[in-house]
Design a protein around this ligand. Structure first.
Ligand SMILES: C[S@@+](CC[C@H](N)C(=O)[O-])C[C@H]1O[C@@H](n2cnc3c(N)ncnc32)[C@H](O)[C@@H]1O
Length: 404
């Protein structure tokens, strides 16, 4: 395998911005891929996967490269060289930035580093302590190991326009092989990573990219066509679109968020999906919620969270998250539960969900809510704690509550 200099330069630039300028890996990769129109699919895949890999294993590679916590260009080149050696690439002899790479010592240092979970699994000390205190040593080790694997690409067939079997056939005609996931009604997993966004099937709204665990949330809410459903933290609408499909476009989905720009994106996606019953509503004051008190058959709270269940796809969160952010987001989660639950009609149902694996963001929030003044009107029906290590997909939590 040969390394191409201009691709590696792009990787180094991307890493520099992610580690030093607070850029998100996803945004940075998107930007890098626009740099040279002549790059083909393989070049693009190299850039995207290498950037994500080095972000994911930052602490481990920095340790082996003796780069400390300092991500200037010389150190990023050293970390890149570690990545390349561990991946079995032949290091080019003429590249001065990596000329002094101690190739033979890298493998030994790698084996040694694997013995310390914080370095071997590449996580900050505080996050490791948190994981152990919340899940226990064994579960946390299994979980962080799973969360450090690259995410599979999973699609949700949009049943407003197609079926899973038809979608699989159409994708095959476009050169993309996939297979259905048995335990997930509408999920197709790609056999090999591919850019599905350029397919006709995508442009025609036949599917959305959505992790398998995430596809369980809308189903958990037990919606029926004709209901009034509030998706209270709708963001760009991943779950709203699924709800629209489950409701066969009948009834009303009020999709809310405190960020108007996310709802704009939701509108665009709804159009592509042929979802006509979604009404975006910007939460710009508490009145928006008050107006809907006791008006909804179903309320979905897909709460803002630490995102620790989705590290597979957002590995940079390991370096951007702070424990104070997690403390604050937990307060927001409880406030949202307290306030937004008031929108549920007597006899109606509510789902509280997160893409976190921490009990303190999940079942403990639900228990606190149920014990509170507003929560005593609700009964606990069931919950699901999805671990990445058990499911093979994202870590998620969902609880179904019923209003008396
Ligand atoms: C986990 S994300 C939602 C993802 C989305 N439901 C989907 O399936 O694509 C949580 C969302 O909650 C929003 N949010 C944060 N604080 C909120 C609040 N107080 N009220 C409503 N939404 C809020 C965030 O902007 C974010 O879009």
């Amino acid at each position: 395998m040969r390394l191409h200099r201009n691709l590696v330069l792009a990787v180094i630039d991307g890493l520099f911005n992610i580690f030093n300028n607070g850029e998100y890996a996803s945004k940075e990769v998107e930007k890098l891929l626009k740099r040279d129109k002549r790059w083909g699919a393989r070049d693009r895949a190299f850039i995207a996967e290498t950037v994500y890999d080095i972000v994911r294993w930052r602490r481990l590679y920095a340790h082996i490269a003796e780069a400390g916590n300092h991500f200037d260009r010389p150190n990023l080149w050293k970390m890149f060289a570690v990545w390349a050696v561990l991946r079995g690439y032949q290091l080019p002899t003429g590249w001065k930035q990596i000329q002094s790479t101690p190739e033979r010592r890298i493998k030994g240092k790698f084996d040694e580093a694997k013995k310390d979970r914080r370095i071997g699994q590449s996580i900050p000390d505080w996050l490791d302590e948190l994981g152990v205190s919340e899940l226990g040593e064994k579960k946390w080790t299994e979980e962080i190991t799973a969360l450090n694997q690259q995410a599979e690409v999973v699609l949700r067939a949009n049943t407003l326009k197609t079926s899973r079997a038809l979608l699989q056939k159409q994708l095959r005609e476009e050169g993309i092989e996939s297979f259905p996931l048995k335990k997930y009604t509408n999920a197709l997993q790609l056999k090999e990573r591919a850019n599905v966004f350029t397919t006709e099937a995508f442009k025609n709204g036949l599917f959305e990219v959505q992790d398998a665990s995430s596809q369980l949330v809308a189903e958990f809410l037990q919606v029926q066509p004709g209901m009034r459903v509030v998706d209270a933290c709708a963001g760009a609408g991943g779950k709203s679109l699924h709800l629209a499909a489950l409701m066969e476009n009948k009834g009303q989905i009020i999709a809310m968020d405190i960020y108007a720009n996310k709802l704009k994106e939701l509108k665009r996606r709804a159009k592509r999906n042929g979802a006509h019953n979604i009404e975006p509503r910007h939460i710009d004051s508490t009145k928006v919620i008050k107006k809907l008190h006791e008006k909804a058959d179903r309320v979905l709270i897909d709460a803002p969270c630490s995102g620790l269940g989705v590290l597979k796809r957002n590995p940079d969160a390991k370096w951007k998250l702070e424990s104070s952010f997690i403390d604050n987001i937990k307060k927001t989660q409880q406030e949202i539960l307290q306030q937004y639950s008031k929108m549920v009609k007597p006899g109606g149902k509510m789902v509280y969900a997160t893409c976190s694996i921490l009990p303190s963001e999940n079942q403990e929030q639900v228990n606190e809510f149920l014990a509170s003044e507003f929560g005593k009107d609700f009964t606990f029906v069931k919950d699901r704690k999805i671990l990445a290590s058990k499911s093979g997909y994202d870590g998620f939590y969902m609880a179904l509550l019923k209003k008396k």
